[in-house]
Design a protein around this ligand. Structure first.
Ligand code: ZN
Length: 342
């Protein structure tokens, strides 16, 4: 009969296998790896890729989907290379770092409207002249850009960024639009309205901007307060499940992705071939203790600090943190999934 000692002794010797695999960096393709891990960890999309049937009559048409299907299959077995994907996306120089948001959109476009539909929403930009003539232009979107109205040492609240995006603005006289009905340019008010919210909502806080005094692009290093849940309308609530980080500055850096698994509910940090558990990264209790976030983390604000240091710190102070605190190094993109209570 197995003894207590041998049973537990054996258990200690079992090497726990990590449930997810990494992606090899071809040179500077961490931006693409972060995107691909986010896509793989999006339940609806992974299913879409797995059930994809290539069109035999037109084999080239859906080639990226075929390549993703191959990759997702391989990702279940071990660390993978992404050469097939870079080829399909036409990335010639894998040693050049590209912008994650640009390539996120490029990838979704290349996937095609049918398969990328969970990421796509519809909004309209409206303009109104002084005589209340309204002109409307509809467009599809994969991301909502958020202007960061916070200084480098301040805290940017994603809620405020979203609010600003939907605010009505009176254009400066130089930018007044021509109204067909009035037959002249006159005072113009403009705003954005959502027509259809996507299943997966992606927000893009614009960290990088062009500084006209320095005459070069600059990165805003401010802390960010990212809510774990977002209420976008009375019956639609989103839950945060993925964050792509940019570590570095305007002259270069590195991307990784922190993603909550829909399979085991744990948070993982995907950093090229390194995949590690980050299960005390964020908290679900109290959603607005911003006042705690700043003093607690002010000593961690050195440029270039790596998010994992913050995660470890979170672990030690788990009872004190706001849920957003672990994500203060978020630089580029956050993805939110539709939650259950619709
Ligand atoms: Zn008019």
């Amino acid at each position: 009969m197995e003894s207590y000692r041998s049973h537990y002794g054996n258990q200690r010797n079992i090497v726990q296998e990590r449930p997810y695999n990494g992606l090899k960096n071809q040179g500077a393709t961490c931006y693409l790896n972060s995107i691909l891990q986010c896509l793989y960890m999006t339940e609806d999309f992974r299913q879409e890729v797995e059930r994809f049937v290539p069109d035999q009559r037109n084999p080239d048409k859906e080639s990226l989907m075929q390549e993703l299907q191959k990759l997702f299959k391989e990702m279940k077995k071990g660390d993978c290379t992404t050469e097939g994907i870079t080829q399909r996306l036409g990335i010639a120089n894998v040693y050049e770092q590209e912008d994650v948001v640009e390539y996120y959109q490029k990838t979704l476009k290349a996937i095609g409207p049918q398969s990328s539909k969970v990421f796509e929403g519809k909004m309209s930009n409206k303009t109104k002249c002084i005589n209340d003539h309204i002109f409307e232009e509809e467009c599809h979107f994969f991301t909502i850009p958020l202007a960061i109205e916070a200084g480098h040492s301040e805290v940017f609240e994603v809620h405020n960024g979203l609010q600003t995006f939907f605010e009505r603005i009176n254009l400066d006289e130089d930018n007044w639009l021509y109204c067909k009905q009035c037959g002249q340019k006159n005072e113009t008010e403009t705003w954005n309205e959502i027509k259809d919210l996507p299943t997966i909502l992606t927000l893009y806080p614009k960290r990088f901007y062009f500084d006209y005094y320095k005459m070069r692009p600059v990165k805003n290093h401010c802390h960010m307060d990212i809510p774990l849940q977002l209420v976008m309308s009375t019956n639609l609530k989103y839950e945060l499940y993925a964050v792509i980080n940019h570590i570095g500055n305007e002259s270069g850096g590195h991307y990784n992705a922190v993603i909550k698994s829909f399979e085991d509910g744990k948070w993982y940090c995907f950093d090229d071939t390194s995949v590690r558990e980050a299960y005390l990264l964020m908290y679900r209790s109290n959603f607005s203790i911003l006042s705690l976030t700043q003093p607690l983390f002010s000593h961690l604000s050195e440029r270039g600090a790596r998010p994992f240091q913050v995660f470890r710190h979170c672990q030690q102070n788990s009872n004190l943190l706001s849920p957003s605190a672990g994500a203060e190094y978020t630089e580029v993109l956050q993805i939110l999934s539709k939650s259950l209570n619709i």
